[in-house]
Design a protein around this ligand. Structure first.
Ligand SMILES: NC(=O)c1ccc[n+]([C@@H]2O[C@H](COP(=O)([O-])OP(=O)(O)OC[C@H]3O[C@@H](n4cnc5c(N)ncnc54)[C@H](O)[C@@H]3O)[C@@H](O)[C@H]2O)c1
Ligand SMILES: [Zn+2]
Ligand SMILES: [Zn+2]
Length: 406
């Protein structure tokens, strides 16, 4: 049986490459595995040899010690892989298929899955609705920043790429289908982006850049990206977005300069609870800063798409309220403007097939927009560190050398 190298969270600021067991069609005990999931049989699962697996801002929340993730948790929820083994209940996939795996794990059988709300599946996480690979409080499904990984309910979850050679050729684009491309797209769809919209995306990390590229794909007239990281703002400009430095002049003033008015049609939060304050307060964290500013700058009747993550427990929060995820929201403003809010995990499956086709037919250059860069799995600690320092790069781990150009 092959070995299995994987990336583990060790302690705040530290990840390491470790040897773990080769997966079997059963969820076994390990760091972060929910006791009620130990021994769970997975005849509906496949084992993948990982083709690509990306480092995400969501991983950083754990690695920065801002969650209750236990030491030893195997990371990785953005998985693309080749099927090397399939369980007896897998009917429609085969060994040799290359598939994209939504980061949400979904059973395909519960009420929410039937309503296409796969980000809040009721059957995969014993503690609460919603699950993901390699993530704290998500049921304990082992992460995919590894050479091999188990994917349950494979017929339902996996998206097979139509052609193997074409898939490997476009892998740096297709690898974004497991999370950030659908997530950014969902942020825009839920913010009501359409032809001619003016859009403000808070955050120029990979999710914000993916949202900006999605807004363009959806036909937005103007896409404005805000951040305080100059290199990331430059990356947004590189594919035709306007950029706003939130540490400089007030955002409405900068919008007026770009648009001739102080509001946009659609607002997207691609930052989450580790948001910095604006203007002179940008040196400190203000978890509600983005949400409050989106209510200020989104037109009355507009919608806010909120893919940015907000947690129910944050041991690193500056305030007692923050420790349980309570924010100082100016909801009255959103109410007065009849805003609609959409939060939560992106239901990846709603979007991944369409976005795959957009990639395969060259309708979007997502790898270029997020500046994808492949690195060996063994260099994951460096990737995590550079990403944490704010590199304008989406790091893609290449555990089995499928990505030849790396
Ligand atoms: N909902 C989902 O399904 C889903 C999926 C993937 C990621 N996420 C979340 O999306 C968020 C973004 O992910 P990422 O990988 O791009 O993370 P990231 O940490 O790389 O990017 C966040 C960016 O926000 C910037 N920022 C901080 N305060 C800001 C402010 N007030 N205004 C504008 N920009 C500000 C930071 O400088 C950084 O560049 C994270 O919270 C992540 O957990 C959610
Ligand atoms: Zn992710
Ligand atoms: Zn379900």
């Amino acid at each position: 049986m092959p070995g299995n190298k994987a990336v583990a969270y060790r302690e705040p600021g530290v990840v390491e490459v470790v040897d773990i067991d080769y997966p079997t069609l059963e969820l076994r005990d390990g760091p972060g595995v929910n006791p009620a999931n130990v021994g769970r049989k997975v005849p509906h699962g496949v084992i993948l040899r990982t083709v690509s697996t990306n480092i995400c801002g969501s991983d950083q929340h754990m690695v920065r010690g801002r969650t209750t993730a236990p030491s030893g948790l195997i990371l990785g929820h953005e998985i693309t892989g080749e099927i090397v083994e399939k369980g007896p209940d897998v009917e429609f996939l085969d060994v040799g298929d290359i598939v994209s795996v939504p980061f949400n794990i979904a059973c395909g059988r519960c009420r929410n899955c039937k309503e296409r709300k796969t980000g809040i599946c009721l059957n995969v996480n014993p503690d609460r609705p919603g699950s993901a690979y390699g993530y704290v409080d998500m049921g304990g499904w082992v992460g995919g920043q590894a050479e091999y990984v188990l994917v349950p309910y494979a017929d339902f979850n996996a998206l097979k790429f139509p052609d193997r050679d074409q898939a490997l050729e476009k892998i740096l684009d297709l690898t974004m289908l497991s999370d950030i491309f659908p997530t950014g797209f969902h942020g825009c769809v839920s913010a009501g982006v359409g032809v001619g919209s003016t859009v403000y995306v808070a955050g120029a990390g990979p999710v914000g850049l993916a949202a900006a590229a999605s807004a363009q794909l959806l036909g937005a007239a103007v896409v404005i990206v805000g951040d305080l990281n100059k290199e990331r703002l430059e990356q947004a400009r590189s594919f035709g977005c306007e950029a706003v430095d939130v540490s400089a002049a007030p955002i409405p003033e900068q919008l007026e300069h770009i648009l001739g008015e102080r509001e946009v049609d659609c607002g997207v939060d691609a930052v989450g609870f580790e948001a910095r304050g604006h203007g002179s307060e940008s040196a400190t964290e203000q978890p509600a800063a983005v949400l409050n500013s989106l209510m200020e700058i989104t037109r009355a009747g507009g919608s806010l798409g909120i893919p940015g993550l907000y947690v129910t427990g944050d041991p690193g929060a500056a305030t007692e309220a923050g420790k349980i995820g309570s924010l100082s929201l100016r909801l009255g403003l959103g109410w007065a403007k009849s805003h609609a809010f959409t939060t939560g995990q992106c239901p990846v499956m709603k979007y991944h097939r369409g976005l795959m086709n957009a990639i395969l037919h060259d309708k979007v250059q997502i790898a270029q927009a997020v500046n994808a860069k492949a690195i060996p799995l063994t260099e994951a600690p460096t990737g995590y560190q550079e990403f944490d320092e704010g590199a304008a790069t989406k790091f893609v781990l290449n555990p089995n050398d499928y990505i030849r150009a790396a």
